[in-house]
Design a protein around this ligand. Structure first.
Ligand SMILES: Cc1ncc(C[n+]2csc(CCOP(=O)(O)OP(=O)(O)O)c2C)c(N)n1
Ligand SMILES: [Mg+2]
Length: 1030
């Protein structure tokens, strides 16, 4: 293949001066022709920064054709025509492409590789005998020119298609000729060396086109007409970059086949009715709440029929559930007219009503919804969810994918036939936000794929006040989708039938290939960014044009009236009926006294909360037998061990694990495996995802064993603990935090009876996912009454590894914790669980494997779900003291929010002079230093394991035990970081301001850790000195 590419590089040069004119002159039309228009006008009018228009169209499938020829020739030189044989022989011998060339046969005939020139005779009117070399060249050139024309339409038709309803950026590339109508056929022909007199000549069609239908040959005039229809009307089909010939052919067929875009009257009436509702909805809101922001859809009302068409087609093809993510624009309309959310519920959002349930709520154009209903067109039941999203554009993309993936997983829908995702985008956000790219890259990963997403871009050619030329460097706003070989259909919003056609093709594409696809609806925004915004300040000419543009509904209604499909009375009737529906809903909504956030929940967990004591936590301790069983299985090679060759180092690790089990102890990895394994046993699906999690960044986990002699043969011990256990998924992710954390959050939303964990490679990297943390994990329940038990594992600890491998930034999570520093909740049996119930998330830094084990299990034992932010260790993974006995994990044991001093100091508390409180790994440093200093009687050390919600009760108790001691908080993080600023006021509250606690630790700093090992050690010594000074 490499050689094929090398040859290809020689024969498909990028610039004409390399001698290509001689080989394929049709690639380089004469100056002054269309190519020049493409080069110059596209660049100016569309403000391209990237010179796409100068890229030769032969780079696409025809290079694939040559490559195919070359590969066939490599396998058997006789399998290709003699001219190709001679050409490849010469180029392989080092001849320049021009010299190597002797005319090859037509690019595509059947059977492809062996077509002699004589085969063209019937189509060129000459007798076989008269095909002298002179004639041959003309005939071949003409046929190749026709092929090049076909190919140019396929590859570049989208550049000239009339897809812009405003005719500003698209469709007027031929302004001087036929404004807004696409390229006149003559223009293209003239540029490919054929003349008017050739128009009625019949040319054989290559196998790479379907314009002929049953005809194998057509007159040039007809060829051009059909190509115009397929590629240069209101649809711009961008697909020739796709690597698969099969997929390219599939698309060609969907647009080129004669009559394929014809629509019957019933469909036309349906389009009109749907467009009427979409338009009527916005008009109704505008009338009733003229000064309210709603981010209306005016200018792209066709979005609603488009989505419905995709849903219809997809349901027809077997889909039963669609998970959608979308931004502000048109959201209310989607809820009303796509999901059919009761209009009353939507309208009550405009009234300033109290909420009848918990939560702080969100603005109406961010809320989610979940609906199960009958699809009237297909008569099948369908579930539609619109996932709630923050203002942060595109952030919801990976969340939708995770939720979709989870739904597919639980339904056993391994190919995405039943559940699919649909993502909507604005043009500016689609190209501007990096998360779009990160999400696309999950598309084909085995543990993250949703088997194809349908993307719809509401391309109103503006982002707030910014023109595309200032918001992107790519020619199209959709170019990001090319990375996954997604076909892209640009379509004019004012042609509903073209829009519906691409929607059908998109749904069929997904159903056929299970890959992503993009529908780019080129439209406009009739109002300002929102309804109270003045667009004339910044886009005066565009908006003058918009004012003079008839609404899409009116255009379509006029068309159908003129076609005789509907009467003006029918059009009016449909409009009036919908208006009446809105009015009735409006009257009902005015009777409402409260809004209910629960009406806007995107992921209901039916049956989960019902009948549960909301404050009862199930036990987390386990029978010793279970610990032993899981421990042994986890430490054993695969059952067919004789054949499965394990790495020597791993054998040692497994042996050590087995010894630990025999000694009734666990280290970190074993404790984690027991938590996971026991949940699996209880039927709880466990999923662990993140970068390199299978082995573990620190090579401690080894959840996937690799056969040393057989590629990709692996064994996952935790998948084989019990015959009837729940499935365990452990998966290395792409190198993305924003995308993957968002995905796992979405995954966790589908089913509360699953433990979904995301692990950062180092905690430091979690800030590239900050938006997911801030906008979803921390605040999701408050805004959208949606719970999640997601676990974030953030390796954390200052160990001299420099500024970017030290801190999971616990201070940030703590700062976002919603518990009140000045409020000591009433002490009772239920103190701990009530605190958990009331807070937005849990932040903990466990210092023992047993506590890690319990806190993981507690996630599921709780009667509700809260995100768990865990700071996890690095050096403790192998620290000889960071081990736990089975005694701390068996029945009757539980998670310890605070681990009190257990040594000599605890035996004689009155004599203790100081109590050092700390959290996490620094405990072991403090303990060692204290013991070395022989201060075990004088200093007690207590560990706050659950930092938030703060264990007020236990802190109070621990302090009370040592009445004569001074109190210190010791932390290894710098003073403006770590838990200090969070714990300080809470200690005061716990102690009712009767005792002070002082800080011992590193001074404030801008960076989380020093880059110098020496400075690190000096700082550590200083902190130990300060903390333990008496
Ligand atoms: C991540 C992010 N940055 C900035 C904004 C502020 N903002 C809201 S809408 C908007 C323009 C969006 O343009 P586009 O994606 O084209 O959607 P449209 O409003 O045109 O439908 C901007 C910049 C935001 N919401 N999210
Ligand atoms: Mg826009």
């Amino acid at each position: 293949m490499h050689r094929a590419r090398t040859v290809l590089k020689q024969i498909v040069p990028l610039k004409p001066h390399l001698g290509l004119e001689r080989f394929a002159p049709w690639c380089y039309p004469a100056e002054g022709a269309v190519a020049v228009l493409w080069k110059s006008q596209i660049h100016q009018k569309r403000h391209y920064n990237a010179p796409v228009a100068t890229e030769p169209f032969l780079n696409g499938s025809s290079s694939a054709y040559v490559e195919e020829m070359y590969n066939a020739w490599l396998r058997d030189p006789k399998s290709v025509h003699v001219s190709w044989d001679s050409f490849f022989r010469s180029t392989s011998a080092g001849a320049a492409p021009g010299q190597a060339y002797s005319p090859p046969p037509s690019l595509a005939q059947a059977p492809r590789n062996t077509v002699p020139i004589s085969a063209l005779a019937p189509f060129i009117g000459g007798g076989h005998a008269s095909l002298t070399s002179h004639v041959d060249e003309k005939v071949i050139d003409d046929h190749l020119a026709v092929q090049a024309i076909i190919r140019s339409y396929q590859a570049r038709g989208h550049h000239v298609a009339a897809v812009d309803p405003l005719e500003i950026n698209y469709g007027d590339l031929h302004g001087g000729y036929q404004k807004g109508k696409g390229a006149p056929p003559e223009l293209v022909v003239r540029n490919y060396m054929l003349e008017e007199k050739d128009m009625d000549r019949v040319f054989k069609l290559p196998s790479t086109t379907f314009i002929g239908g049953k005809d194998k040959a057509l007159p040039l005039r007809e060829i051009l007409n059909r190509l115009e229809n397929a590629y240069c009307r209101h649809i711009g089909v961008e697909f020739m970059f796709i690597n698969s010939l099969e997929q390219c052919n599939w698309i060609r067929q969907k647009f080129e086949t004669p009559g394929i875009m014809e629509v019957d009257n019933e469909q036309k009436r349906l389009n009109l009715a749907r467009l009427t509702r979409a338009t009527g909805f916005e008009a109704f809101l505008a009338r009733k709440w003229s000064s309210e922001k709603r981010f209306g859809l005016e200018g792209c009302e066709i979005l609603i029929p488009a989505m419905k068409q995709i849903i219809d087609k997809s349901t027809e093809l077997g889909v039963e559930s669609i998970v959608m993510g979308m931004p502000h624009r048109g959201r209310l309309n989607v809820l009303a007219n796509v999901c059919r959310k009761p209009l009353e519920q939507i309208f009550t959002q405009f009234a300033a009503l109290e909420a009848a349930d918990d939560g702080s709520g969100d603005v109406k154009y961010h809320l989610g919804t979940y609906i199960e209903r009958l699809n009237r067109v297909t008569n099948k039941n369908i579930r539609l969810a619109v996932v709630a999203n923050p203002s942060h554009l595109e952030a919801v993309d990976p969340v939708v994918q995770g939720k979709t993936r989870a739904e597919q997983f639980y339904r056993g829908d391994g190919e995405g036939k039943k559940v699919m995702s649909m993502l909507l985008h604005g043009d500016a956000a689609f190209c501007g936000q990096g998360i779009v790219y990160e999400t696309f890259h999950l598309a084909d990963l085995p543990d993250y794929t949703t088997h194809g997403t349908i993307h719809i871009v509401v391309n109103n050619q503006i982002g707030f006040t910014t023109d595309p030329r200032h918001s992107r460097s790519s020619p199209y706003c959709t170019d990001v989708a090319r990375v996954v070989n997604a076909p892209i259909f640009h379509v004019n919003s004012d042609d509903p039938e073209s829009v519906m056609h691409v929607c059908n093709v998109a749904a069929e594409w997904r159903s056929t290939f299970h890959k992503d696809v993009v529908v780019d609806i080129v439209c406009y925004r009739r109002n300002g960014h929102n309804e109270i915004d003045e667009p004339m300040f910044t886009q005066p000419l565009m908006y003058r044009k918009i004012r003079n543009t008839k609404p899409g509904l009116d255009k379509y209604a006029d068309r159908l009236i003129s076609e005789g499909v509907v009467t003006p009375e029918e059009v009016k009737d449909v409009r009036d009926k919908y208006d009446k529906i809105c009015e009735e809903a409006y009257t009902n909504a005015r009777k409402e006294t409260h809004i209910k956030y629960k009406d806007w929940l995107d992921s209901p967990w039916s049956g989960f909360f019902e009948g549960k004591d909301p404050l009862k936590v199930s036990p987390t301790g386990l029978k010793e037998d279970t610990l032993v069983h899981i421990g042994k299985r986890f430490s054993s090679p695969p059952p067919n061990a004789a054949e499965f060759v394990i790495h020597r180092g791993l054998e040692r690790i497994m042996k050590a694990r087995m010894e630990m089990v025999e000694n009734r102890t666990v280290d970190w990895a074993l404790g984690e495996a027991m938590a996971f394994g026991s949940l699996l046993k209880e039927g709880i699906h466990v999923r662990l995802s993140g970068q390199d999690v299978e082995r573990g960044t620190f090579s401690h986990r080894h959840h996937v064993l690799h056969h040393q002699n057989v590629d990709k043969a692996t064994y996952r011990p935790l998948c084989f603990l019990y015959p009837d256990q729940a499935p365990y998924t452990v998966c290395n992710s792409s190198l993305s935090e924003f995308g993957v954390l968002g995905f796992e959050l979405g995954y966790s939303m589908t089913n509360p009876n699953a433990l979904v964990c995301w692990e950062a490679q180092f905690g430091d990297f979690n800030n590239t996912a900050q938006c997911i943390i801030d906008q979803f994990i921390s605040s999701g329940q408050a805004k959208w009454v949606r719970q999640s038990g997601l676990v974030m594992l953030n390796p954390h600890g200052l160990e001299g590894m420099g500024p970017e491998h030290s801190s999971g930034r616990v201070e940030r999570f703590l700062q976002m914790s919603s518990d009140d520093p000045d409020y000591f909740p009433p002490e009772s049996e239920e103190f701990a669980v009530r605190q958990l119930h009331d807070i937005n998330w849990i932040v903990a830094n466990c210092s023992t494997p047993a506590n890690y084990f319990h806190i993981l299990r507690r996630q599921i034992a709780l009667p509700f779900r809260k995100p768990l932010i865990l700071l996890t260790p690095k050096s403790l993974l192998r620290h000889p003291e960071a081990k736990s006995s089975f005694d701390l994990m068996v029945e009757g044991t539980e998670f310890l929010r605070l681990i009190p001093e257990e040594g000599p100091a605890a035996g004689n508390p009155d004599a203790v002079k100081k109590v050092v409180f700390c959290s996490g790994k620094v405990f072991y440093d403090l303990k060692k230093s204290r013991d070395e200093k022989k201060l075990t009687n004088d200093i007690a050390i207590a560990r706050v394991e659950q930092i938030s919600p703060f264990p007020f009760d236990l802190v109070k108790k621990e302090c009370a035990k040592y009445p004569n001691a001074s109190l210190v908080w010791a932390q290894e993080e710098h003073k403006n970081q770590g838990p200090w600023t969070y714990v300080q006021p809470r200690f005061s509250t716990a102690l009712n301001d009767t005792r002070d606690i002082v800080y011992a630790g590193r001074p404030t700093a801008a960076s989380p850790a020093t880059g110098s090992k020496m400075t690190h050690l000096r700082e550590l010594n200083q902190l130990l000195e300060d903390a333990l000074a008496l």
